[in-house]
Write a new protein. Structure first.
Ligand SMILES: [Zn+2]
Ligand SMILES: [Zn+2]
Length: 1020
């Protein structure tokens, strides 16, 4: 006997029992242990940070991380799954700052870096319990007992080692460059971090500024000075270059204007002043109706001088210039009250928007910086690292974005604004704190990834991306446009940068490990076992090899993406320990994260691996799309549309959530999600499977069915069809999972389960119901049993809980020698001999014909239970006819008709013949109801009423009853004529005319206008 399986089920309750079973019997550990000597399948866990509660998107990636390793385990691989925690970096610092109410770095330093970092260390495990319990609850098998943690000294040491490898390959340098800088966090961001924070709906000023011309080059000639003279206009102070900007706060830093040398520039009068701009942009600027007084090509105007908008010396700001031949040495320029700036030519001047004249502020833009070096321009940096304007401008002390309006107003009052509007455009914001980024020239440490660009691109060719378009698309593009990785952060909580510099001669040294550090001459501030974090490591100093002076550590910490990208080796403390473990687990066979990681973890893994090991470190990636709410809106706390994973888990269970995640949308697509959608997945798939399983167990227990080990030898076409479909399913799911496509695999399973329930079980109901245990019944039991057991194995990677429950009941409860868990068995192998293409095509056709036949019946409003005389079918070919003939009894039974005919010609509908056409197929039903058919229909209606009454009276399925009936003569004759049929279908031992005695359960009915009273009483 199997454990009883009722039709009502709470999946969350069932799952709690399964979790307990797994835990008590160490099933996960055993799934690795039993494969100890098997080939390894390597999975890398992308480490989350546990300083916040895990969300629904974490469930998405975690179930995709789970399904493939479970499958590979069943395919005979050993799949270790080491958990990991990402513990460093800005996100962590920001949370602590928020908690302390800090708004900048000064407060942190006053508070004390040691205390601040201690809080960071605490905070990263604040939600570790929630993470662990969610991980367990969703059935994500992961070794959470032995995680790698990026803040461990051992992990840090491995990162140091990797950086040293790059240092020795000359791939690390310090550059004076314009970097995207977060003024709030006070640090540079790498380009992949910038890519995470673009907002395309940023409203900014769009201002056209007038730069008054002081002097024109000699070769600017007035052709017809009587009509108009630009030279005269300049002398009178009425001539201006017109430039456009969306960042007015950079204007005090303007030190040049750039024109395209080959473009034509027009002079146009506006309110008594003369404006110069690109002729082709005249309409766009809003001066389309003004006559052009003169035109000059851009190369002629280069060399013109103009008055600075703000002479920096008047506002107590330095004017600096890069020393020739250097990139990072600045000379401070003497005050100059007659300062004039120069017009240059540049090839980056756009003729798409603006005025064709670009305002250059070398301290603030990457292009501007390069133009500044190339043209020996002045650098005026009137903004500090917190993003505030310095000096004594009217708007000094303000944050850059807040100063915009003041700058415009100030220039407007001086008549230097031609036009001021607002535009909506794309602007980068800090991905962590949401502050607008400022492009800022400063010193930063770089990894020269661009030197290994070709190697990274070549390595990417070996990686299989799912979906495939990521390879050449999002990820490929990212590699194609690779820029060096700005990896130093002027922050506190991170892997400290392992570069020391001599205070005297400026010599740098990179330290690649603790032992190396300990061997340094004159070592100070180091203690064995000390915490390698700031501020302690800041005290460690040693002698310079070159001059004997003292070397101090560079103050920065390392980008936390460097940490997570180092996990392939740092998780093992390689190369200081576990050399074998690293080697056998490198590269990974499989990783999975959301698509934004193409610029995050996917990239940092790939870059570090290429630079250090000269090969990629992962082979297959499932790249997941983002989750939106049911309306297609982004989920956010402010909108209140965030789905709490626990609510869904408590209502529908982990399997339903997993199933939804796997099958609703291909992994790479954006997906919509709501609890109702998960409920739907539960109802459509989980409940269908459950009901089939429940049906089997109820009848098997009634009939005392015990499976034996004999090989399955199906007798009926239904059984042959089911086993054939099952074997095809096994082979398809196997192939699909092997190709990292759980979505299509899951959908195949879902279709199969639907056919199993809606065709096989429905068509076989009577085979299980009948009282004699003949070959047909036994074959049905064996077929359904075998199918459910196999299905539990095929489904196990997807819905590990229900699969386990089915397996335990159907297999383990009767065979104690069977493997302890469905997750310890082998994935089923398909039997080619059982795949019968003919029977599958035939059944598919029969299903189609039946669905058309049902439509024809309902078209003429004939109830399904009313038997009819015949169905006429027209197919595409005589071959198809032959296939259908083989299944004609199934079709007749399903459509409740006495006869099936085939027609070569078209079917013509009439009053007694209802026809449905679909493509080349036609199905017609003869709808004439003879007296005999009517009576038979009445018998069927009576059976259905009695079956419902059995349930209402609380009878068990196998209980026998005495049935009583009261009605007119017609009822009497129907009860007599169809007595055998009625008794068999309702398990009645006798049919008695009359009202029944006291203990009987009775109901009154009216069927097709005929009144009757039925009563049943359980047989003792
Ligand atoms: Zn920030
Ligand atoms: Zn030195």
């Amino acid at each position: 006997m199997f454990q009883p399986v009722g039709s009502r089920i709470s999946f969350p309750e069932l799952e709690m029992k399964v979790l307990k079973f797994w835990k008590e019997n160490n099933i996960f550990e055993k799934s690795i242990e039993i494969r100890k000597t098997a080939p390894k399948f390597i999975f890398y866990e992308g480490p989350p940070t546990a300083n916040g509660n895990p969300g629904i998107h974490h469930v998405l990636s975690r179930v995709f991380k789970d399904v493939i390793p479970r499958y590979k385990t069943m395919k005979g691989y050993c799949v270790p799954r080491k958990a990991g925690w990402d513990t460093h970096g800005l996100p962590v610092e920001l949370e602590v700052e928020k908690m302390l109410g800090f708004s900048g770095k000064t407060q942190i330093e006053n508070y004390g870096i040691d205390k601040f970092n201690a809080l960071c260390r605490e905070s990263v495990f604040k939600y570790v319990k929630q993470w662990d319990s969610l991980t367990e609850r969703i059935g994500f098998w992961l070794d959470i007992e032995h995680p790698y943690v990026t803040l461990d000294n051992s992990y840090i040491e491995s990162c140091w080692w990797a950086l040293k490898q790059m240092w020795e390959k000359n791939l690390i340098y310090q550059g004076y460059k314009v970097t995207p800088h977060c003024p709030r966090c006070g640090t540079s961001l790498s380009s992949h971090e910038v890519a995470l924070g673009y907002k395309d709906d940023t409203v900014d000023p769009s201002v056209y500024i007038k730069f008054r011309i002081a002097k024109l080059p000699k070769d600017v000639i007035d052709d017809n000075p009587d009509k108009f003279s630009l030279r005269r206009a300049v002398e009178e102070g009425k001539a201006y270059f017109l430039a456009w900007t969306t960042t007015p706060w950079t204007l005090p830093g303007n030190t040049a204007l750039a024109l395209a040398s080959d473009a034509e520039y027009a002079v146009v009068e506006d309110n008594g002043t003369y404006l110069i701009f690109a002729l082709s942009l005249k309409n766009q600027i809003g001066l389309g109706d003004r006559p052009v007084l003169r035109t000059y090509s851009g190369d002629k105007l280069a060399g013109s001088l103009y008055f600075p908008l703000y002479n920096p010396h008047d506002f107590n700001v330095e004017r600096r210039r890069v020393r020739e031949g250097t990139q990072g040495v600045f000379d401070i320029q003497k005050p100059d009250s007659g300062l004039l700036y120069r017009v240059i030519n540049a090839d980056f001047v756009s003729m798409e928007d603006g005025t064709g004249i670009v305002h250059i502020a070398p301290a603030f833009g990457e292009v501007d910086f390069v133009a500044g070096i190339e043209n020996n321009l002045d650098f005026v940096q009137q903004v500090d690292l917190a993003g505030n304007i310095t000096g004594t401008y009217p708007f000094s002390g303000k944050f850059v974005k807040a100063a915009d309006a003041d700058v415009i107003q100030d220039l407007e009052s001086r008549g230097l604004v031609y036009k001021s509007e607002q535009i909506t455009h794309t602007y980068p914001f800090c991905w962590r704190c949401d502050s607008p980024l400022v492009y800022y020239a400063k010193k930063t440490w770089y990894i020269k990834t661009s030197a290994k660009k070709e190697e990274m691109i070549a390595g990417n060719r070996q990686i299989n991306w799912y979906p495939a378009h990521i390879k050449e698309g999002r990820f490929g593009d990212w590699l194609q446009n690779n820029v060096d990785w700005a990896f130093s952060r002027e922050r506190y909580w991170g892997t400290p940068l392992n570069i020391w510099q001599c205070e005297n001669c400026g010599q740098y040294e990179c330290i690649g490990g603790i032992e190396e550090l300990k061997k340094k001459e004159g070592l100070e501030g180091y203690m064995d076992g000390m915490d390698l974090h700031r501020p302690f490591i800041d005290q460690v100093a040693f002698n310079c090899k070159k001059c004997g002076s003292t070397m101090f550590r560079q103050p920065e910490v390392i980008d936390c993406w460097f940490d997570s990208g180092s996990m392939p080796f740092a998780q093992w403390h390689y190369p200081f320990e576990n050399v074998d473990k690293f080697k056998e687990s490198f590269p990974a066979d499989y990783i999975s994260e959301a698509v934004d990681q193409t610029r995050g973890w996917f990239y940092s893994l790939h870059a570090i691996s290429t630079l250090v090991f000269e090969q990629p470190c992962y082979k297959n990636v499932i790249c997941l799309g983002h989750i939106l709410d049911a309306q297609g809106e982004k989920m956010s706390k402010t909108k209140g549309n965030v789905i709490d994973p626990w609510t869904v888990l408590d209502s529908y269970g982990a399997d339903a959530l997993r199933w939804y995640m796997f099958t609703a949308t291909p992994p790479g697509n954006v997906r919509r999600m709501s609890p109702a959608m998960v409920a739907e997945a539960m109802k459509n798939f989980m409940m269908t499977l459950w009901n089939t399983y429940s049906f089997f167990v109820i009848y098997a227990n009634i009939d005392n069915f015990t499976p034996d080990n004999r090989s399955i030898n199906p007798v009926s076409d239904l059984d042959k069809w089911l086993l054939s479909s099952l074997n095809r399913l096994i082979s398809e799911v196997d192939d699909l999972l092997n190709n990292y496509d759980p979505t299509t695999a899951g959908r195949k399973i879902e279709n199969f389960v639907n056919d199993l329930s809606n065709w096989y079980v429905r068509r076989s109901r009577r085979r299980f119901w009948k009282s004699q245990n003949d070959d047909d019944k036994i074959s049905a039991y064996h077929t359904l049993y075998h199918t459910l057991v196999t299905l539990s194995k095929v489904c196990a990677p997807f819905i590990p809980f229900l699969a386990e429950d089915i397996y335990q009941n159907l297999v383990r409860s009767i065979d104690k020698n069977a493997p302890e868990s469905v997750h310890l068995v082998e994935f089923p192998q398909f039997d080619h001999n059982l795949i019968d293409e003919d029977i599958m095509t035939a059944t598919e056709l029969a299903m189609k014909v039946c669905s058309m036949g049902r439509a024809a019946r309902s078209k003429s409003s004939v109830k399904v239970r009313q038997p009819l005389s015949s169905v006429v079918v027209k197919t595409r070919s005589s071959f198809e006819q032959g296939l259908l003939r083989r299944l004609s009894s199934q079709i007749m039974d399903e459509l409740n008709v006495k006869n099936i005919e085939f027609s070569a010609g078209d079917l013509k509908e009439n009053k007694h013949f209802s026809v449905v056409v679909e493509g080349d197929y036609q199905v017609g039903i003869v709808t004439t109801i003879t007296e005999e058919l009517f009576n038979e229909g009445l018998a069927r209606e009576i059976v259905r009423r009695l079956q419902t009454m059995r349930r209402s009276a609380g009878l068990e399925i196998a209980d026998h009853v005495v049935t009583y009936y009261m009605g007119d003569k017609l009822i009497d004759s129907v009860m007599e004529k169809y007595a055998g049929y009625i008794m068999q279908e309702t398990l009645s031992t006798t049919l008695l005319k009359g009202g029944g005695d006291d203990g009987a359960y009775s109901e009154k009915f009216k069927i097709s206008g005929i009144e009757l009273r039925l009563a049943i009483k359980k047989e003792r």
